[in-house]
Design a protein. Structure first.
Length: 282
């Protein structure tokens, strides 16, 4: 994976917010580690998402990593996307993702299409499509990291939707689940899975031994997204009845929890990521 002696190395702009504070996770540690390993193959510079558009023309590829919720810098992110398209600089992940990259409308679409997702609607007229529940999760379509998430009773849901306007919020029944599990992919290749045995401690993760049925479930969403390159994290919950349901399809800047896997898994992930980036640069 190293360039021939004397050959210029591809220049990679790693877009991250090292100061972002996430509950239960240290984003900065993961990106410092990844930068150190990617530097073995590429010339790497780190920048904040607010600076990415201005710096992009100096690089062969932009890798968007732990840059925090886009809603915190929406104007800068829009400028970055426009600049990348104008210059023809590849972005990793590519900008045509259909999951969280485009907002959470996909949860409504997948729910309507009968995919195994937590039932989701975004209009008062469709509330009858949801199963009865003791409480309902209401969250903005453009949210991330639980920003704006709240739980309300059934009598309050229609009022919440009316207050924000049609199509702004998502509504889901609060699910009784055993645990949450995440499946991590590079391109369409499964890398590892982690789960949180205690539902009250989402980011206390352990290695999860995914079986064939689990991977059929996860791959269904990766294939639906149809990204040619990129890192995807398929987040799911295991219901009390044993069914897996999609929670989110993270395809913009999914946190990888690399500190929760052993060295062999971590090294395999890094090698696969390097190969994927090199293929995208060409």
């Amino acid at each position: 994976m190293t360039a021939p002696a004397g050959a210029p190395r591809p220049a990679l702009l790693l877009v991250t917010d090292l100061a972002y504070e996430a509950r239960g996770r240290r984003y900065c540690d993961e990106d410092i580690f990844l930068a150190s390993r990617l530097r073995e193959t590429f010339d790497v510079a780190l920048c904040h998402p607010r600076d990415a558009a201005a710096l992009l023309d100096r690089f062969d590829l932009a890798l968007v990593r732990n840059s925090g919720p886009v809603l915190h810098y929406q104007e800068a992110y829009d400028a970055f996307r426009a600049r990348a398209l104008e210059l023809g600089v590849p972005v990793y992940n590519p900008l045509d993702g259909r999951g969280d990259m485009a907002g959470k409308e996909y949860l409504v679409e997948l729910s309507r299409a009968g995919f195994p997702v937590i039932p989701t609607v975004d209009r008062a007229a469709d509330l009858g499509l949801l199963p009865e529940a003791g409480a309902y999760a209401v969250k903005p379509k453009l949210g991330a990291d639980s920003v704006g998430l709240r739980f309300v009773g059934g009598a309050e849901v229609a009022g919440e939707l009316a207050r924000e306007g049609e199509g702004v919020l998502l509504v889901q029944p609060r699910i009784d689940f055993r645990y949450e599990v995440s499946f991590y992919f590079v391109d369409h290749d499964f890398q590892y899975a982690l789960y949180a045995p205690d539902p009250e401690r989402r980011w206390v993760l352990e290695l999860y031994a995914a079986d064939a049925a689990d991977l059929v479930f996860a791959r269904r969403f990766v294939e639906w997204n149809a990204l040619g390159h990129g890192i995807q994290r398929v987040d799911a919950c295991r219901t009390a009845e044993g069914e897996l349901l999609l929670v989110e399809l993270e395809d913009l800047n999914p946190y990888l929890s690399l500190d929760r896997v052993d060295e062999e898994v971590r090294e395999a992930f890094v090698a696969r990521l390097k190969a994927s980036i090199a293929a995208l640069i060409g």
